[in-house]
Write a protein that binds this ligand. Structure first.
Ligand SMILES: Cc1cc2nc3c(=O)[nH]c(=O)nc-3n(C[C@H](O)[C@H](O)[C@H](O)COP(=O)(O)OP(=O)(O)OC[C@H]3O[C@@H](n4cnc5c(N)ncnc54)[C@H](O)[C@@H]3O)c2cc1C
Length: 434
């Protein structure tokens, strides 16, 4: 495994680092609302955003997650990981760099399964940052297990008709189109019952019942749509990947999304550690700097170690995606998803503690980090589901013990070792007796 960065790419990372800190973080301060990066109709934020996006494009760093065929750089996950560590520092940066979720995953779906007309209508403006999109999979009665979904679609003449409800569909109120999952083949085996559709937001019958706010968003500024699709009619080619292939289509986007979240979380954690070290050498108590107290040193060391371990897991996983056959990194992607929530929790908690009362306020970025912790352990599948998947992959390779005791049973192994070296042990014993 090689995590070396060549000089030319390091220069790009250095530029990104300065640019995000000096230019992009201003957007977070001026437009802190969680939905603000997705609102294309705010003239003020757009007036600041557009020139920043132009600078990113001029540097050749726009939408780098994409293949060259779609206008990206084809950098691969390793380079993306290093870029996302920087992009992850603030909430506007993904929009400034053309890598905001769920648009990235939706773009992947359209690139893989869309018709030429759909690519022109939805994918091109999405990649150009002109519109945003929504991924509508979760339902009010079921999320982690798509086999429980009931929103359905059926053929009527040349059309598909979609009927049902979706829940927590991020950015619904800003989106130009939805990617919607619905049951089309109820009699098929469980993993072949669902299909994926592209649905323009202006289609009659789409009702946003409520904009749900996460706990890190103001209650009246929610961005996650609770949506009713009331006999929504779309043309036959709106189905992506064919009837019954919804799971396969969904998997093509979720893997990438999960590792990108993990990469950005490294950036958030690094920001928290920077704040902690600055605080440790700035504030005094009991006649000494905070950083001179052993407990505080412990917080700093544990935080740096947690981040480094997590970062190396993410980089290794990115390397595996780039270098090994498709699917080989699956277990590692699950490990990243689980570690991400745990490390983020521990880092944010220590950062709050070290900042005392200030840490508990909205006056530092740590508050947003802390309130983002539960999102990371639920969104894109709960921690438990990923742990089960990781354990499943381990157990698949595991072999039962050959006998009553484990293969590592010391008396059994010692007995085998004695048998193996019996001739030497016997000779030595005889020599000693003589
Ligand atoms: C910030 C955020 C953004 C999101 N954006 C979107 C979006 O854009 N589009 C979209 O469709 N959805 C979105 N979601 C929804 C997300 O995908 C679901 O919340 C997630 O899949 C879990 O589903 P659920 O909330 O229904 O939880 P449930 O499925 O009800 O699970 C609840 C809890 O039950 C336990 N559990 C569940 N399954 C298992 C299991 N197999 N083994 C053991 N325990 C289990 C876990 O503790 C889990 O947290 C988003 C969620 C968040 C928090």
């Amino acid at each position: 495994m090689d995590f070396t960065v060549d000089a030319e790419f390091q220069e790009k990372l250095d530029w990104m680092n300065r640019f995000v800190r000096e230019e992009v973080e201003d957007l977070d301060l001026l437009f802190p609302d969680g939905g603000a990066p997705y609102d294309k109709h705010n003239p003020l934020s757009q007036a600041i955003l557009k020139p920043l996006q132009e600078q990113v494009k001029a540097k050749g760093l726009w939408a780098c997650h994409l293949d060259p065929s779609l206008g990206g750089k084809g950098y691969g996950q390793m380079k993306l990981a290093l870029m996302n560590e920087i992009i992850g520092r603030c909430s506007w940066a993904p929009t400034v760099f053309g890598t905001a979720a769920p648009d990235t995953g939706n773009a992947e779906i359209l690139a893989l399964y869309g018709t030429p007309e759909q690519k022109e209508r939805y994918l091109r403006p999405l990649l150009d940052g002109e519109i945003v999109s929504t991924f509508a999979m979760t339902e009010p009665q079921a999320g982690a297990d798509p086999k429980e979904f009931v929103c359905k679609a059926w053929r009527e003449g040349d059309d598909w008709v979609i009927d049902g409800e979706k829940w927590y569909a991020s950015n619904a109120k800003y989106c130009s189109f939805y990617i919607v999952m619905a049951v089309t083949n109820p009699d098929n085996p469980p993993h072949e019952r669902l299909s994926m559709f592209v649905v323009p937001a202006e289609t009659p019958g789409i009702i946003i019942k409520r904009d749900v706010a996460g706990m890190n968003e103001p209650e009246d500024h929610g961005i996650h749509g609770y949506i009713r699709f009331d006999h929504v009619r779309v043309p036959a080619d709106a189905i992506l990947g064919g009837p019954g292939h919804g799971f396969k289509v969904a998997q093509s986007r979720l893997g990438g999304g999960r590792i990108h979240h993990a990469m950005r979380t490294v950036g958030q954690c690094n920001r928290a550690l920077e704040m902690m070290t600055e605080r440790a050498v700035s504030r005094r108590t009991q006649g000494r700097l905070l950083g001179d107290h052993q407990f505080v040193k412990g917080y700093l060391a544990d935080t740096a170690i947690d981040i480094e371990m997590f970062r190396l897991l993410v980089l290794k996983t990115a390397w595996m995606i780039d270098n090994l056959p498709h699917g080989a990194a699956r277990m590692n992607i699950g490990m990243c998803k689980v570690a991400m929530a745990r490390v983020y929790h521990d880092v944010a908690q220590r950062a709050i503690q070290l900042h005392g009362a200030l840490g508990t306020t909205h006056e530092t970025p740590i508050a947003k980090m802390w309130m983002g912790v539960p999102m990371l352990s639920v969104a894109d599948g709960p921690t438990e589901v990923h742990k089960v998947q990781v354990a499943g992959a381990l157990l698949k390779k595991a072999v039962p013990a050959p006998g009553l005791f484990p293969t590592e049973h010391i008396p059994t192994k010692r007995e085998a070792a004695r048998r193996k070296y019996a001739h030497i042990l016997a000779e030595t014993a005889t020599a000693a007796a003589e």
